[in-house]
Design a protein around this ligand. Structure first.
Ligand SMILES: [Mn+2]
Length: 475
């Protein structure tokens, strides 16, 4: 842990030096909830240094990006939540820039000339569960200036966005708990254990259930009408004394009834009965946010950023991180609404007979051009986390992307990772053999490959995962 923290030193020095000179800082971050939170923390750091900055969110690392950066020649480039898997593409390409890579994905190598590489995996820390890119951005900012302590909140949002709440009762682990402690010390965060529903305190019951997407409740998430019908069937009054009731208004008996009906509903939908326990866990309350707004709940804040990224509005997510509320928040909420409905539709589509193929070691979902490539990973995660796939095998899902490429998303459970499965390693190796690029974490990874090589790629992935499972794991 200490060796990891001291690996930030040269990055802090670079920031300090460029800050003193008033140089431009170029921030390149991943377009997902964690990446946006990381980009937000870095942008605020640059703003507070009083230097010019430019930030962009990238869906994937690509040659065009390197060309753009090479022609911009910024004095300092910081990559966040992206880069470790592409160090070879960065190396030697930006001779006029200082380069920092802050990432927690599997690195293609440890070092590259002219790059300050910060990655917890290089220090035997668990990058998939113990710290997010936003957490790394926060640590960097805080080491530069203690006045940046408030950015710890973004570190928590990034961790929740990357679903690092893998501890007991869906709590954070490892380095994330240090960040959590900083946020609490600064009076910015509160935690407690309760039912995990969107707007627990304030939203009408049916909305609270319909808006809950982590976990995703098939048949109810994204569908307010079905939630109203469901609650009526369970015999829970939606209104009392002319007022919509919220979850906190329910009696203990009603809560128990709701919980057991949800559990039955999940089983009826083909989910595993254990999934219902995902509905209870640690709530992260952001104290600086207004009561009754979705940003006050850490998971909902992360959901807003996630929806902005997936619906191609990462700039909107970034502005939330920078403190915009009002119309920006309304727009983000509309985006989240659209996103929930879209996911519910896709889920119906992919649950049709014969859509998902079971091979020896994996499930394959071919979304082709019927599923948006930005949403295919979410659909795969839901299929896996709800227990709809009956054998304990990872799911490999793909959808058509641009430039004749397909976007492949691979998802596995924690139990599979313990058995030795590392999807990031599989995606990296398989994509490389088929003119693509891939990588990621053990339980969540992705790749881009040419569409015409899909069949051979899937075949190889099936084989590699079989080898990992039987070989006891390689790293
Ligand atoms: Mn991340």
């Amino acid at each position: 842990m200490e060796s990891f923290l001291s690996s930030f030193k040269s990055a802090v020095e670079l920031l300090r030096r460029h800050g003193e000179r008033g140089d431009q800082i170029r921030i390149v971050t991943h377009s997902d909830a964690d990446g946006i939170a990381a980009g937000g923390a870095l942008t605020l750091t640059a703003m507070r240094l009083g230097v010019p900055f430019k930030a962009s969110c990238e869906k994937r690392f690509h040659e065009g990006l390197m060309e753009e950066l090479a022609s911009e020649e910024p004095p300092l480039v910081i990559f966040s939540d992206i880069g470790s898997g592409y160090l070879d593409m960065v190396e030697g390409r930006l001779p006029k820039s200082d380069v920092v890579v802050l990432d927690h994905h599997k690195p293609i190598k440890a070092e590259a000339e002219g790059v300050v590489h910060i990655n917890p995996l290089l220090h035997d820390l668990d990058g998939s569960r113990e710290v997010s890119a936003a957490g790394l951005a926060y640590l960097l900012a805080e080491m530069l200036d203690e006045g940046n302590r408030d950015l710890s909140v973004l570190g928590i949002i990034g961790a929740l966005g990357d679903q690092q709440d893998k501890g007991e009762r869906r709590s954070l682990l490892g380095l994330n708990t240090r960040i959590e402690a900083s946020a609490k010390e600064a009076g910015l965060l509160e935690t407690g254990v309760d039912l995990i529903f969107y707007g627990y305190e304030t939203r009408p019951l049916a909305k609270a259930i319909a808006y809950t997407t982590t976990p995703f409740i098939p048949g109810l998430s994204g569908r307010e009408d079905s939630c109203v019908a469901f609650l009526k069937e369970v015999g829970i009054e939606l209104k009392r004394g002319g007022r919509w009731r919220a979850l906190r208004d329910l009696s203990e008996e009603e809560k128990r009834r709701l919980f057991s009906s949800l559990s039955k509903h999940l089983v009826h939908e083909g989910c595993s009965s254990e999934m219902v326990h995902e509905l209870i866990g640690t709530i992260y309350t952001i104290k600086g946010e207004e009561r009754g707004t979705s940003m006050r709940d850490g998971r909902e804040y992360a959901s807003l950023l996630n929806a902005c990224a997936r619906m191609e509005r990462p700039g909107l997510g970034l502005s939330l991180c920078l403190g915009d509320r009002g119309s920006a928040l309304r727009e983000a909420e509309e985006t989240l609404d659209l996103y929930r409905r879209r996911i519910a539709e896709y889920l119906d589509l992919v649950r049709e007979e014969g859509r998902i193929e079971e091979l020896g070691n994996i499930y394959v979902l071919r979304g082709r051009d019927e599923v948006d490539d930005r949403l295919i990973g979410v659909v795969a995660s839901i299929l896996l986390s709800t227990g709809m796939l009956k054998s304990p095998k990872p799911i490999i899902a793909w959808a058509s992307s641009d430039d004749g490429l397909i976007k492949v998303s691979a998802r596995a459970t924690e139990a599979m990772a313990r058995e030795g499965i590392h999807l990031g390693a599989v995606m990296m190796e398989a994509a490389e053999r088929f003119q693509g690029r891939g990588g990621g974490h053990d339980i969540a990874a992705g790749a881009y490959i040419p569409e015409e090589l899909e069949a051979s790629f899937i075949e190889l992935v099936d084989k590699l995962i079989g080898e990992q499972r039987h070989g006891g794991g390689e790293d």
